[in-house]
Design a protein around this ligand. Structure first.
Ligand SMILES: Cc1cc2nc3c(=O)[nH]c(=O)nc-3n(C[C@H](O)[C@H](O)[C@H](O)COP(=O)(O)O)c2cc1C
Length: 191
């Protein structure tokens, strides 16, 4: 199996998918890709009762773990945070014997309502987007994972059909090609 055929698990979290302009069509497109297992947390766990064993099994089968979500209050949506808390268990993901994720890669694919400039030096969010992704980056590193340059679509609420199609194509290329290309450090941003 070549690197581009490596299994990928997408942990997709959107609290209100019925209102999603970007993430829902992206998740649907990713689900149609070969070697990609999209796990829709808000559909799978409506009662927030996460099946930790099933999630760990899905992660064990993957080489790349994609976290796909809209940024809500500078963070991941609550069910994705709970997923991190419960699935990345001590003794499985980190700590003594905690090698379940070692050597795998993590890629954040996020969208923001804020524009590219609003996350710039003069922007009203006060920090670059990478600053808000730092807890995820360090989580990956603590678990012995490679942190891939994140993919962020800014100004997502104003995305038109062409930008959305380009974004979906870009994400599909990246998840298929990350093993073969050297991406720049820092977040790749669009929008
Ligand atoms: C509760 C809530 C909190 C949000 N917080 C932020 C935020 O902190 N930063 C930001 O840039 N956008 C924020 N947004 C905008 C969303 O990120 C944006 O609507 C989303 O990325 C669009 O993706 P979608 O079309 O898949 O919903 C927030 C939206 C909601 C509903």
């Amino acid at each position: 199996m070549t690197k581009s055929e490596s299994p990928i698990v997408v942990i997709y979290a959107h609290p209100t998918p019925g209102h999603s302009r970007v993430n829902r069509p992206l998740a649907e497109a990713l689900a149609s890709q070969p070697h990609v297992d999209v796990r829709d947390l808000y559909r799978r766990y409506v009662d927030y009762d996460i099946d930790v064993v099933a999630e760990q099994r899905a992660l064990a089968a993957a080489d790349t773990v994609v976290l796909q979500y809209p940024v809500h209050w500078y963070n991941v949506p609550p069910l994705l945070k709970l997923w991190l808390d419960e699935v990345l268990e001590y003794g499985w993901a980190y700590g003594p014997g905690g090698t379940g994720l070692r050597g795998k890669s993590m890629l954040a694919v996020a969208s923001t309502g804020g524009t590219f400039d609003s996350y710039g030096p003069e922007g009203n969010h006060g920090h670059p987007i990478e600053a808000f992704l730092l807890p995820l980056e360090q989580t990956a590193r603590l678990c012995g994972m490679d942190w891939l340059p994140p993919l962020v679509l800014h100004d997502a609420d104003n995305t038109n059909a062409q930008v959305l199609a380009e974004h979906i194509a870009h994400v599909c290329r990246r998840i298929g090609a990350h093993g073969d290309s050297q991406e720049a450090a820092g977040a790749e941003v669009r929008g």
